[in-house]
Design a protein around this ligand. Structure first.
Ligand SMILES: *Cc1c(COP(=O)(O)O)cnc(C)c1O
Length: 501
């Protein structure tokens, strides 16, 4: 049996899971994929008897073949033992005639915690000989804080997060700048998210900088294309199915549908991995916001990013290139890496590509796609709250309307809607939908929303207002390289000697 990952753009690449986690993406810029996933069938009836952590162990054992049982055990335990506010980790709740899979019970109240609590623990077992890794992340909001929490306090690892000054919400900013730990660094960039992102990419390719950091320090990223972030997300698809079996909502073996609010296509792709591994799924309903490049693709087979970019009330889905879609093209083209490379070259050259009718039909067999406007999102939040007393965040709500459209075609199959953030994380959009008026003070909006709805405020969001601010740096774009140098020094060397401060 094959035990190696390959590249979506070059099938002759062979790389272990550990090296794939360390590198992030392939030298040919392709993404690491596991060939022939269908042949790895898990015994899913056995999984239905396990708790979340044991399902995670089973899934990781299959998809990370060069990790030892002890390494997987330790990683899963450290990631999920006490950082989520429920033993179930990702509980399913019934709403009307569908089910909501709540993915926001982690330390930062967004679904990225599921991947970013585990990735650093896996990274621990990838580092050898006291080597060190500094994680660099440009964030437009959710990823930064989730990554900070995941890497906080870990030996031989540090993390630097750059966010656009004025480009993230008040709550997101507070979450980041109050982060504890000696190995966490956060700086605002005078510029927008693209400036931060472009410069982080440039730093990754800065050979002079790498040399100056020395042989034992490498730079890495916590981006969602890393398999160490993707694979943990496969787990909750199995676990949610188990929950529905256990509460009598479905029979073992019965097919279900999942609706997934989508940005970079990582979350929904993890679901497709679960299906390839044997989970009985009929359709994945993919939901976009007004940045609906994917929804257009599903109509014609043309992926075209040459179009205006919209800032929406669901900012974590404001994306024009869904990076992980490349992995789906790999599987749906029959693992034809030359074909995928051609499409990706087209995308780079002209901002678009077109797939064959056959590939499009293969994709449509498993996926349906639609989108929600900001108006749709607000209406959905209000509707579900008024009719069912359930408060959705704007990303989840973007999924809701597309789910209802799809259910007109297929009303019978049980449906699970993935909820990717706590409503309190995007409290202004939610309050606008359900409260008659909203305060200009965000903390007050949070209290008002709680008073009106009784929906519990997650601890971390309730307490964030009172935490001391620990990261106040605001720097220019052209200071980022120096900032990295300085922080590598501080995190890995000054503390060893215990001289500073
Ligand atoms: C990141 C994010 C998404 C999109 O997930 P992808 O894996 O990028 O498709 C949706 N909702 C929220 C709240 C997010 O943070």
């Amino acid at each position: 049996m094959n035990k190696y990952y390959t590249s979506t753009r070059n099938g002759s690449v062979q790389i272990s899971a550990k090296q794939a986690i360390k590198k992030g993406f392939a030298d040919d810029k392709g993404l690491f994929v596991y060939p022939d996933l269908e042949k790895l069938q898990v015994n899913f009836e056995k999984l239905l008897k396990l708790n979340y952590q044991d399902i995670a162990r089973a899934v990781l054992t299959i998809l990370l073949p060069d990790f030892s049982a002890d390494e997987i055990d330790e990683s899963v335990h450290a990631a999920y033992q006490s950082s989520f506010d429920t033993q179930k980790i990702t509980p399913v709740v019934p709403v009307d005639n569908f089910h909501i899979l709540e993915l926001f019970h982690g330390p930062t109240s967004a679904f990225k915690d599921v991947g970013l609590q585990l990735l650093p623990q896996l990274m621990k077992h990838v580092l050898v000989d006291n080597n060190k890794v500094m994680i660099l992340t440009a964030t437009s909001g959710d990823t930064g804080k989730a990554a900070l929490e995941g890497f906080k306090g870990l030996d031989n690892m540090g993390i630097i997060v750059f966010y656009p000054d004025g480009g993230v919400s008040k709550i997101q900013k507070l979450q980041m700048i109050t982060t504890g730990g000696n190995n966490t660094k956060v700086a605002a960039i005078e510029g927008n998210f693209d400036d931060a992102q472009t410069n982080v990419k440039r730093i990754f390719n800065d050979q002079a900088l790498k040399k100056s950091l020395g042989d034992d320090v490498s730079l890495s990223s916590a981006n969602s294309i890393n398999i160490g972030r993707l694979i943990p997300q496969v787990v909750y698809y199995f676990d949610s199915y188990k929950q529905l079996v256990n509460d009598g909502s479905i029979e073992v073996g019965q097919k279900v549908n999942f609706t997934v609010p989508t940005g970079n296509f990582g979350d929904v792709l993890a679901g497709y991995y679960a299906k390839m591994l044997g989970l009985p799924v009929n359709k994945f309903v993919v939901a976009c916001n007004e940045n609906n490049v994917l929804a257009n693709f599903f109509n014609h087979g043309v992926y075209d990013r040459n179009r205006p970019f919209f800032q929406t009330v669901a900012p974590s889905m404001d994306i024009q290139i869904s990076s992980n879609f490349e992995r789906l093209l790999y599987y749906k083209s029959g693992q034809d890496t030359e074909y995928v490379k051609q499409l990706m070259d087209d995308l780079e050259d002209s901002g678009k590509y077109e797939v064959s009718k056959e590939v499009l039909a293969n994709i449509q067999q498993d996926f349906y796609c639609g989108y929600s406007t900001d108006d749709d999102i607000e209406r959905s939040i209000a509707e579900v709250y008024e009719q069912n007393g359930y408060l959705m965040d704007p990303h989840t709500a973007a999924g809701y309307k597309v789910m209802r459209d799809y259910q007109k075609l297929d009303p019978e199959t049980p449906m699970i809607l993935l909820s990717t953030a706590s409503p309190y994380k995007f409290v202004n959009a939610v309050a606008n939908a359900v409260l008659p008026e909203t305060s200009a003070d965000v903390q007050q909006v949070m209290r008002d929303l709680h008073d009106a709805t009784n929906a519990p405020i997650p601890d971390n969001l309730r307490k964030v207002w009172d935490l001391p601010v620990r990261h106040e740096s605001v720097i220019q774009k052209d200071q980022m390289t120096d900032y990295v140098k300085q922080k590598v020094e501080e995190v890995f060397y000054d503390q060893d000697q215990g001289t500073r401060n």
